[in-house]
Design a protein around this ligand. Structure first.
Ligand code: NA7
Length: 548
C-alpha cells in the first residue's frame, strides 16, 4: 500500500484548518514527505464551513492570528477588531499560498479510515475517493468543532422548504430577503446570525431552548494607527500571550504614561462580593454589562455567580421593553461561565424589531417537523427556510466517526465510549505515532485556540524531529501516565462553573443525546500546560514509551 507514487510517506495530516495548515508548514520545514487531506474544497476548517451571516471571531483578531511568522504579522492588514469569517478565510488562503501549502493538500477528500499495522509500524489511511496511503505518522488536525449536530426531531425530513445548518453554510451564500425564516438554536452561532438574518428576512422566528448570557462584542473597524502600533508590539503581545493562562494578552494598544495631573482612570472591582448592591449597579453603568464577566469570584463561587446572574436578568428586563421577550431571553437555572463565552453584535436589539419573534422551547417543546414548518406543543409555525444553529458533536465527534484502529485492531471510538482518554491531549495508548492537535485533555477551546494550536503543532513537530534523529520507531503513552492525566484533567475542572451540576454544554458533551457527561478540555491554563509539556520533554518524554 502506498501513495500514488508508490512511496511510504513520512506523515499524513487530516484537516487543513488553522491547525492543519501550520502542521503542514512545520513538517515541510523539516523536509518530510507528507500528504494532507481536506474534506472541503478550500482551506480554513471551521472558517471554511461556518460562513453564515454574522460569523466572526470572538477574540480580537490581533490575538487570534498566527504568531509563527514575523513577516506575515507585518504584511497582513486586518480591517476589523474582531474580524469576520470572509476576512479570516482570506487570511488562511493567503497563508496557504504564501507558504506553498496547497501542493500537499488533496481537497474534497474525506479520510474514512486510519489503520495501524503493527508489523510494518505504519499507518494506512483510506479516503472516500478509494485511495490508500501509508505513512509513519498520522496527525489529526480535525478541530474541536467540526461535526454538525442536528436535532433528533420527529419527521425531521418532512419540511418542504430549504434547510441549512450554520456549520455547513453554502459557499455562494443564501438570499434570505423577503423570506420567512426560522432558526433553531441560540448559542454563539445563533446569536451571531440572528441580528444579520433579521435585517434581510421578512420574518424571523428564533426557536430557543436555552437562553445565553451574551456580552457585546465591541467590534469596530481597525484603526490604522492601532494596527501600526500592534505591528510594532507583536513580539510583546505574543510574550504576554505566553504568560497568560488563556493565551490572551489583553492588548489595548500602546501603553500610555500616567499623567500625574489627571486622576487615575477608575477600574472595576475584582470581586463582586467585595462591593455593595449599589456599587454593583454603578459599575454596570460605568463599565457596561461586560463587567459581570470580569469579576473573578463569579468563576468559582456559586453565591457570587448567582448575584451576577440576577444582575444580568435585571439588565435584560431594563434593555428589552417587552417583559415577555425579556423573560424568554433570560438565562435561568444555570450559572454564568458554564458555557463558552458568547459575544454579540446587537443581539437583543434584533428582538426589538417587529419582524423577529421568539419561541421558548423550554415552555413549548418541538413535537415534530411538518411540511410547512415546526409544530410545538402550542402551535404550528410556518416558514420558508429552516436554519439549524444547533452546534456540534464537539471535540470527539469527528474522531469517533472515523475508523481509527490501533494495536490489536482496537477502535478508538470503542476505547472512548465512556469518554476520551488521552495523555496530554496529544496521544492515546494503543495508537503509536498517532497525534491529535488540540485533542481532548488539552486547553484547546478553553483558551485562545490558535495559541493552543501553535503550541501543539510545535510540540508534535519537535517530537517527530526527535524520534527521527534518534532512530526511535514509535512513541505512545504509558497507561499509568494516561490514567493519571485523565484524573488530572478532571481535577482541574472541579469546582468550576463549567462543571456545576446545573451546567450543560458541549464542553461536557451533554448537548448530544447519549454522549457521556465529562469535561473534555484541560482547564489549568495554557501557561501551566505549556510548562507541563516542556517538562515532559525535558525528562526524556516522561510518560511516553519510546521504542527503537
Ligand atoms: P452551541 O453553543 O452548542 O449552541 C447550539 C444551540 O442549539 C443551543 O442554543 C442549543 O440549546 C440549541 N440546540 C441544540 N440541540 C437542540 C434541540 N434538539 N432543540 C432545540 N435547540 C437545540 O453551538 P454554536 O454553533 O452556537 O456554537 C459553538 C461554538 O462555536 C461556540 O462556543 C463558539 O466557540 C463558536 P441548549 O443550549 O443545548 O439547550
Amino acid at each position: 500500500m502506498s501513495d500514488s507514487q508508490g512511496k511510504v510517506l513520512d506523515a499524513i495530516v487530516v484537516g487543513t484548518g488553522m491547525a492543519g495548515l501550520y502542521m503542514i508548514k512545520r513538517l515541510n520545514d523539516q523536509g518530510l514527505n507528507i500528504q494532507a487531506f481536506e474534506a472541503g474544497s478550500g482551506v480554513g476548517g471551521a472558517w471554511f464551513w461556518n460562513r453564515y451571516p454574522g460569523c466572526r471571531a470572538d477574540l480580537p483578531i490581533i490575538e487570534y492570528s498566527y504568531s509563527f511568522s514575523k513577516e506575515l504579522e507585518q504584511d497582513w492588514n486586518w480591517t476589523e477588531v474582531m474580524a469576520g469569517q470572509p476576512e479570516i478565510e482570506r487570511y488562511l488562503n493567503h497563508v496557504a499560498d504564501r507558504f506553498d501549502l496547497r501542493k500537499d493538500i488533496k481537497f474534497d477528500t474525506k479520510v474514512t479510515d486510519c489503520l495501524y499495522d503493527e508489523k510494518s509500524n505504519l499507518w494506512t489511511v483510506k479516503t472516500n475517493k478509494g485511495e490508500t496511503y501509508t505513512a509513519t505518522y498520522c496527525i489529526l488536525a480535525t478541530g474541536c468543532l467540526n461535526e454538525p449536530n442536528y436535532p433528533d426531531f420527529k419527521n425531521a425530513d418532512a419540511f418542504k422548504g430549504d434547510v441549512y445548518h450554520t456549520a455547513q453554510w453554502p459557499r455562494n451564500g443564501v438570499d434570505l430577503s423577503g423570506k420567512r425564516v426560522a432558526i433553531v438554536g441560540c448559542g454563539s452561532s445563533g446569536v451571531q446570525a440572528i441580528p444579520q438574518i433579521a435585517k434581510q428576512a421578512k420574518q424571523l422566528i428564533a426557536f430557543q431552548r436555552s437562553p445565553v448570557y451574551t456580552f457585546p462584542a465591541r467590534n469596530a473597524p481597525m484603526k490604522p494607527e492601532f494596527l501600526a502600533q500592534a505591528k510594532k508590539d507583536y513580539a510583546e503581545i505574543r510574550e504576554r500571550q505566553r504568560n497568560n493562562e488563556m493565551g490572551i494578552a489583553n492588548y489595548n494598544g500602546p501603553k500610555k504614561e500616567a499623567d500625574p495631573s489627571k486622576p487615575a482612570k477608575p477600574k472595576p472591582s475584582k470581586k463582586i462580593m467585595d462591593i455593595t448592591p449599589e456599587q454593583r449597579k454603578q459599575e454596570i453603568k460605568d463599565f457596561g454589562i461586560n463587567v459581570l464577566s470580569q469579576y473573578v469570584d463569579t468563576y468559582f463561587n456559586r453565591e457570587a455567580n448567582e448575584i451576577a446572574c440576577e444582575l444580568y436578568r435585571e439588565y435584560l428586563r431594563e434593555t428589552l421593553e417587552d417583559p415577555q421577550k425579556a423573560d424568554a431571553l433570560s438565562p435561568k437555572n444555570y450559572p454564568l461561565h458554564c458555557k463558552r463565552p458568547v459575544i454579540d453584535t446587537e443581539y437583543y436589539a434584533a428582538f426589538q424589531r417587529d419582524n423577529v419573534s421568539i419561541v421558548d422551547l423550554r415552555a413549548t417543546p418541538v413535537e415534530e417537523v411538518t411540511a410547512k414548518g415546526l409544530r410545538t406543543t402550542q402551535a404550528e409555525y410556518e416558514f420558508d427556510v429552516l436554519i439549524y444553529a444547533t452546534g456540534f458533536d464537539a471535540m470527539t465527534g469527528t474522531i469517533k466517526r472515523l475508523n481509527i484502529r490501533g494495536r490489536n485492531n482496537q477502535l478508538l471510538a470503542d476505547k472512548w465510549k465512556d469518554g476520551p482518554r488521552m495523555y496530554m491531549g496529544l496521544q492515546s495508548v494503543g495508537f503509536p505515532n498517532f497525534f491529535t492537535v488540540t485533542g481532548p485533555g488539552s486547553p484547546s477551546v478553553v483558551s485562545n485556540v490558535l495559541h493552543s494550536i501553535e503550541q501543539h503543532v510545535e510540540w508534535i513537530d519537535a517530537c517527530i524531529a526527535y524520534l527521527r534523529e534518534n532512530h526511535i520507531k514509535t512513541i505512545e503513552p504509558k497507561i499509568e501516565a494516561e490514567d493519571a492525566w485523565v484524573e488530572h484533567v478532571n481535577k482541574a475542572a472541579e469546582g468550576s462553573m463549567m462543571t456545576a451540576p446545573t451546567c450543560n454544554s458541549w464542553y461536557l458533551g451533554t448537548n448530544i443525546e447519549g454522549k457521556p457527561r465529562g469535561f473534555m478540555p484541560y482547564l489549568a491554563g495554557t501557561k501551566t500546560y505549556r510548562q507541563e509539556c516542556e517538562e515532559v520533554v525535558a525528562k526524556g518524554y516522561e510518560g511516553f514509551s519510546l521504542a527503537s
